[in-house]
Design a protein. Structure first.
Length: 141
């Protein structure tokens, strides 16, 4: 008869084998990542450059808005714990008014493999505009 400890050990092994990012101490999200956001008639293509220092991440991002060709950029800061990658994207944009618009985006992500992060995006700006949370996928380039 298999004992309780053996069952727990088998279960943990299967969980770790099912997700290669779990249980690894060498997760590093440093590098360039691309994500595409489709908002109906508008598409935003984001390129993020991330540096990981221990479990902290920092970096910058730039976005090209199609079809207008407008661009904006900002900074990234957050943390990585196991396969979880949580980050804030901060951007200040001059939209033609007296006050610039400040936006903060929170991404709650999970490292799927060495080249893919998937998760949920939450957005709010200084003009009290917000979007319902939506799914995202970032691919290492």
């Amino acid at each position: 008869m298999i004992g309780f400890r053996a069952v727990v050990l088998i279960f943990c092994t299967l969980v770790l084998l099912g997700n290669p990012a779990l249980g690894r101490g060498d997760v590093d999200v440093s590098g360039s990542w691309e994500s595409i956001y489709d908002f109906g008639p508008v598409k935003e293509i984001m390129t993020a450059k991330i540096q990981q220092v221990e479990n902290n991440i920092l970096g910058s991002f730039s976005v090209v808005v199609e079809p207008s060709g407008d661009e904006y950029s900002g900074i990234i800061f957050g943390t990585v714990e196991g396969d979880r990658c949580n980050a804030y994207y901060l951007s200040v944009r001059n939209l033609g008014g007296d006050d610039p618009s400040v936006s903060i985006t929170f991404v709650d992500g999970r490292l799927i493999d060495d080249e893919t992060i998937k998760g949920i995006v939450y957005y709010q700006d200084s003009d009290l505009n917000e979007m319902p949370p939506f799914d995202y996928k970032a691919t290492k380039i």
